[in-house]
Structures are given as C-alpha cells and as structure tokens.
Design a protein. Sequence first.
Length: 415
Amino acid sequence: MKQIHCGIGIPSPDTLSPEFALGNLPQIMSNAKKKGYKVSLLYKRGVRTDSNRNYILNEFLKTDVTHILWLDADMIYPVDIIDKLVSVDVDVIGSFYYKRQPPYHPVVYVLNGQKENPYRPVDLQGYSANHFEVDGVGYGGMLVKMDVYKSLGDDKWTTYGKNFHIPTATTDKQSHDLLMCETFKKHGYKIYVHNGVKCLHITDKAVGEADYLAETNKKPISDVSEPLLEKEIAVLMPSIWKEEGRGEVVCQQLMKRAGINADYFVLYGEKDKDDPGFIKKVNDFVNNTDYKYYVYTAYDAFAGRNWLKIAYNALEESGKGLFAFNDGKWYGRMAAFGMVRKEWASKLYGSGIFFDGYHSHYADVEISGIARKTDQLAIDLRSLLVEVDPDKDTKGTNLEDKKLFAERNPNAEIH
C-alpha cells in the first residue's frame, strides 16, 4: 500500500497566530507522524490568499504528496484532523467550523435555488453521522487528494470572484473556497464535510458551536436523524403578514418538528392589493428551482412531530406523485396541505405543480382528484399538518376559482 504523504498548505495574508503556530500546528504534525503519515509543510504569506494557495499547490505538485490539507492560520483544529479526514477516503472533504463574526453561521453550505446568494449555511450540530455530502465547504481544514488537482488541468488554480471585494455587489461574489467547490463538482467530484472534525475560529476569542447556539438562541438537535443535504425538499408558505413576520415564525415551528432537513420559503403577497395569488407564486418558484419535492402549506399550519419525514418516506417508498397530510379535516382524502413530486406534477401541467389558471383555491382539489384517480395519492395519517384558524369555516372561497374548477372537472364533487 502506497504511503500517504499529506502536504499541509497554509496561505495567509498575515502572520500566523501564536495559538495556531506554536501550539496547534506542531501537535497536528506530531499526531500524524505517530499514526504513520508522511507530512510536509508549506507556508506562503501575501495579500492575495488565492495567489498564496496557488503557489503552495504548484510546489506540492512537484513532490510525491498524495493529499493536501489546507489550514487557515486563524483557526485551531483537532490534533488528529489528518487521520480523521484521510480515513473517510473521499476526494474532497472539509471540516466543520463557524464564521468569526455574529451570528457565527456554519461554513458549510448547500445550494438553495436562488440566483443571488445561492448558498445557505447548514447546521450539522446534533447529528450523529460523521460525514455528509454538501455543495460547499470552507478552505479551513479542507483535505483534497492530489489526483483531483492533477485531473483538473488549468481549472486547478484558485481565484476570487470578480466582485468579491465590492461590498455592494450581489453576483459573482462567492468566496474562493466556494468557487473551488463549484469547480470540483463541475469535474464530477463530490464535496463532503466531516461532522466529527470541529474547529475553532480565532478572533479575540476562539469561536465555536457554543457561540453560534448562543447567538441564534438554538438548542442542540437531538431527535433529527438522516438529514438530507441535497436539494430534495422545498417547503412553500404563502403569507400576507410580512410586517408581522408570521410566516417566519410558523416556518420555525414546522422546521423544528420536521424530522428531516428541507429549505423553507415564505412567499409574500400584498394585503388589499392586486396580487397574482398563491398558485402563480408557487408555480413561478417551482419553474425557477430544481427540488425533487415541493410542500405547499399556509401561515396557519401547525405540525405534528416528524410530519415531513413521514411524508418523505411515504413518497420515496411508494414512488407516488402526491402526499396528503392529515389536516384534521380531510384525513388524507384530499391534499389541502400536500407534498408534490415535481417530475410527476410537471407531466400533468407542463410546468409548475398546479394548473396556472387558479388564483388561490381549488388547485389543491384538482390535483388531489387526479392523484386519487391515477393511484398517485400517498397517505400516512401519522403525518399531521393541521390548520389552526378559528374562522376557517366562515371564510368564503374564490368564486372564479370555483367556476374554473367546475369547468375543468365537470363530474367532480365540489368541496
């Protein structure tokens, strides 16, 4: 078996912090050598970190180095970081750490389907598995097999986005580590993060998980298993209560009880104004994103525990197109709140997940009827997503939507 030779690359615009240079780095190298790894070290200082990184890579390419471990000089790492990352044996894997400034978001990302700010940070604290596939990680504690760089050709060089240093820019502003992750993925390599390699960021103190939890008022997650980190599920919620922030409050409750990861989006409308309606907003969102499943809900929804995980498992196991949540009224006979497989719904309507002619009502009735008739409706009454609206039974429906439904479904029962 070929000996693993780990090259440690440290690009820095400043001098090394004493905590890292005098304590942490010697411990990392000593631990790796005790475990039988060959270790080499290169440090390059200069204003442009991307240039420093490319210099180090070019020098290591002239050697027999098998892996490059990128270490930022303003961090503290587990002393066994090399052994832990190498042992996973994947092409690209990062470590888990938080930004230096409040609210100390994790430097671990998945794509969210938006053109501006296309990445959202992923909070892995509380999960038991030691590594996950993601879309982007920070360079601090990133291990890359040298064969990966050798396969990239001229794409192997790191560079900043053209607007990275412009504070008002909203496009082409990704940091050079996320741009490099995009390059890895373009060439067919997957990106992983090691949840068992947790690092600290040095400012006037060492920033870690406790700071993130305190700043965001979060508690460690203990009852969530098998998180999804790819673009699997988007939860969509219409709301006219933008000023009150009600949509975000409800989303927090849904998120805490979901039992599985998803992306949550509040689709705001305007009170007392000419608004295109929820159906159009949903379809526009679906047509401009690429999730496997879309959940439609409302700002008066209240979730039971593991509501989303149960629905996801039901659709994955059955292969059906629509899941009807138990809303306390229809008990799964109709998906007043539903989870839709995009591939199935797109074949029904050509685009989106609803018939685009509806404004705010009856689109759910129509798609539920189609799913029932074609044996595409999945139900699990344990999945509770209930409307909490004391005035629900006294509210009217959109009469134009009701008329359209009757024209499109002449033999259907009108609810």
